[in-house]
Design a protein around this ligand. Sequence first.
Ligand code: UDP
Length: 320
Amino acid sequence: MKVLITGGAGFVGSHLSERLLDDGHEVAVLDNLSTGSIANVDRLKGRDGFTYVIDSVTNEALLAELIDRNDVVFHLAAAVGVKLIVEQPVHTIETNVHGTEVVLRTANKKKKLVVIASTSEVYGKSTAVPFREDADLTLGPSIKHRWAYACSKLIDEFLALAYWKERKLPVIVVRLFNTVGPRQTGQYGMVLPTFVRQALAGQPITVFGDGTQSRSFTYVGDVVEGLVRLLAEPRAVGEVFNIGNTGEVSIAELARKVKAMTGSSSEIQFIPYDQAYEAGFEDMPRRVPDITKIRNFVGYEPSLALDEIITRVIDHMRTS
Ligand code: UDP
């Protein structure tokens, strides 16, 4: 199969590219390197069936040509990272909404399957954990920029499902939950690589808020496994799936684990949200996926628990 991956030089995209090549597929990456990195695809450059173009998905002529040449599209190109989103709300909304619009419109001309990467952010402040795909979503007000990300991704979901309903464009929507693993950068605010980098450097480990907020971290290899399985499942078309790991950890506990597992002497420092992000910043207290649906459809089961994931991230950062 020939697979186009937008955002393929990003953290998840580069792992997906590698896995698809390993499985014998051809992979074309389109990435503008806004948050992706050429280093992520360096290791893939010499491989049979791998090509890449450094450009934006909004280059419509190029996108049309790439979609023509490929059988399916994974649309992973997006503005990511809460820090970036809070600092650049215009860029976030435009990138996420317009990029997806162009991808879906272009793919529709040839009815090529599009997998749209959405996010657990869309569940917002809901406290109805674990989150099911058909649950109500609870977002904050539009004056708080954090929610622009969730809203922009929700529009992507609505548009994808509308293309399926109205124009019979095959689409699959996936909501990814805090994906972590080797090669993820803390540069855009993501917590695990940030904590590991801080611990290894002997700098304070910065816990935002009181640290009681929790997340469920998923190993990138498990996310990729879920994506690959969904691609091969015709019943997945027109559906929305959580991809995650149900193990939950508070951010304060995560900081303690990273400190212990790195043997670091770093202090754990608590920083109020308004200093970490902006005044009035709202975080979500808990975020846990219900993975019953993807389990039932394709037998997805996360393989790596948190301690093993942290170990791999530490090993990777120590050696790179
Ligand atoms: N966080 C933190 N310290 C950091 C970065 C993030 O305490 O240096 C917190 C953040 O406030 C959130 C959680 O860790 O509660 C996860 O943040 P991340 O940006 O990785 O993902 P999110 O779940 O917010 O999309």
